[in-house]
Design a protein around this ligand. Sequence first.
Ligand code: BEZ
Length: 231
Amino acid sequence: MASGSSASTPTSGRTRSSNLELGDLAPAFAADSTDGVIEFPQCLGDCWGVLFSHPKDFTPVCTTELGVLATLKPEFDRRRVRVIGLSVDGLEAHREWAKDILAVTGAAPNFPMIADADRRVAMLYDMLDPQASDTATVRSVFVIGQDRRIKLTLTYPASTGRNFAELLRAIDSLQLTAQHQVATPVNWQPGEEVIIVPAVSDAMARERYPRGWRAPRPYLRYVPAPAPGHR
Ligand code: BEZ
């Protein structure tokens, strides 16, 4: 079993005390996975990362999620995002379940799945469900940027499957805003207009956007989306 650092790790049970916040450095750990030992976040290299948990192996909603995620892997690759799953079951269960996922959904997991049987990573990332009768994890998602900082978190209950198309859309927004001082409006989709952030004055905006902008209000300034350039 791999061992890892756990400076802020609660030492027992269901304590939800890691208090990870947006902008925090992703806590480091080493853990066994279906692809061997993972040293996180170093394993991301200069890529972005998605670390996500699901409650348990051989459960229905998770089976559908992992099949879809496997089919979306090229989309994450294109954005230079490494996907890493986690549940509190062991490696043997992960491998057996992968066969089921292939049989049921037509796609087997093509990303590493952490076997967190001792719940060390789940506690470090505050993924344990305080309402669950066992120590299952919730459906957590952590998006980690190239600077190894937490850019986005999601927490869904076990009964609600995630929408991975929305996760990709949010990553497109995060990657765009990491490179340009822009924000993305409601329901934004790649290629659509973006918003100049308030921190950019009109004088600065005139330099950056010599062709001008569309401003229904002085504080709401739209410009065409900059080219994405996935780094
Ligand atoms: C599921 O993945 O289907 C599931 C897991 C735990 C509780 C409820 C649903």
